[in-house]
Design a protein around this ligand. Structure first.
Ligand SMILES: NC(=O)c1ccc[n+]([C@@H]2O[C@H](COP(=O)([O-])OP(=O)(O)OC[C@H]3O[C@@H](n4cnc5c(N)ncnc54)[C@H](O)[C@@H]3O)[C@@H](O)[C@H]2O)c1
Length: 338
């Protein structure tokens, strides 16, 4: 069984590849990644292993994608490559439209062309997306379900919503065997230092102010990345073709409480010298434009149909994450110094 994984050098893609390499000896991996600022091969040191191959390819380059399909003949595609940072999408949306929309279109077309020529009867295309496509739950106690209407707020979520629509259209119109997952905010080891949780941990370690947007009361659901990876493989292998599955962590937490939890873990495991608390570093900054207030995810479909549920609680997952950043300073130091 050979899986082509796009974006395998990123945060979630690399966790997926590590999980497969460590737990699924029968699976071969082809990692297709452009290696943007967010890609890092040092988190997936498998170049010498025969069941791992790396192709440095931009998914916006159709001809190169076509040759990767012809060369490797994958059984499945897991499409994670994307521009993924909301703040960057506000500063410069174009690359989000190029990679997330045109890149996904290229992946779909290349898959179609490949399927027409090959005899891969069980081929599946799993598109990995976000719960941000559903918009904002402010003022309600609702949850995102698979049939919640799309109402994206940021250029990032609008580009991911567009890609989801393309994937569904290719399924319906061209009979491409597609699956879609929409998940909540991931956290865990090897996350790029620009995202909330690594920023908070690193600023604590470096004794710098911890920036918190607005009043910090925005609520997100937090999903430990290894739980997500197991959910993705479940959907790929057991999900019903054509279906969408929401994947959530069962952890609705306000941003300010996320920061507070990290500070209290660090107060315990690596106290500050001057007896002050890490939370003294919290600094409220101007809110992000269009910032959604609440996301919450109903993952009962994947739970009932495929028997998946998250294994980590917010407390256990966050402790593992903080300890990982403390113990792996060389990894993030080379990234922050770039
Ligand atoms: N991180 C989250 O909390 C989260 C939540 C929901 C959904 N998602 C989705 O999961 C996927 C992976 O997210 P992540 O956090 O690992 O992202 P990431 O930014 O850490 O990694 C993205 C990877 O894609 C690669 N890439 C970017 N543009 C490319 C291009 N044009 N061609 C080939 N490769 C390219 C990058 O080099 C990088 O390795 C994305 O599709 C994202 O939208 C992420």
């Amino acid at each position: 069984m050979k899986i082509m994984i796009t974006g395998g050098a990123g945060f979630i893609g690399s966790a997926l590849i590590r999980y497969i390499m460590n737990n699924r000896p029968e699976v071969e991996v082809v990692n297709v990644d452009k290696l943007t600022y967010a890609g890092d091969l040092s988190s997936i040191p498998y170049e010498s292993e025969s069941r791992y191959a790396f192709e440095k390819v931009d998914i916006c380059d159709f001809d190169k994608l076509r040759s990767v399909f012809e060369k490797h003949e994958p059984d499945y595609v897991m499409h994670l490559a994307a521009e993924s940072h909301v703040d960057r999408s506000i500063d410069g949306p174009l690359v989000f439209l190029e990679t997330n929309i045109i890149g996904t279109y290229n992946m779909l077309q290349a898959s179609r062309e490949y399927l027409n020529k090959s005899n891969k009867d069980n081929f599946k295309f799993l598109h990995i997306s976000t719960d941000e496509v559903y918009g904002d739950l402010e003022g309600t106690d609702d949850y995102f379900r698979e049939d919640t209407p799309y109402a994206p707020s940021s250029p990032y979520s609008a580009s991911k919503a567009s890609s989801d629509h393309l994937v569904r259209a290719w399924g319906r119109t061209f009979n491409l065997p597609i699956l879609i997952t929409n998940c909540s905010n991931n956290y865990g080891p090897y996350q790029n230092p620009e995202k909330l949780i690594p920023v908070t941990i690193l600023n604590c370690i470096n004794n710098k102010p911890i920036p918190v947007y607005g009043d910090g009361k925005q609520i997100r659901d937090w999903l430990f990345v290894d739980d997500h990876v197991k959910g993705l493989l479940k959907v790929l292998e057991e999900g019903q073709v054509g279906n969408t599955y929401n994947i959530g962590g069962d952890n609705e937490v306000k941003n300010i409480d996320v920061v507070g939890e990290i500070c209290s873990i660090l107060d315990e495991v690596s106290p500050r010298q001057n007896e002050s608390k890490y939370s003294d570093l919290i600094t409220f900054v101007k809110d992000r434009p269009g910032h959604d207030v609440r996301y919450a995810i109903d993952f009962s479909k994947i739970n009932k149909e495929l028997g998946w549920k998250p294994e980590e609680t917010f407390k256990t997952g966050m402790r593992k994450t903080v300890l990982w950043y403390l113990e792996n300073q060389a990894w993030w130091k080379q990234k922050v110094s770039k």
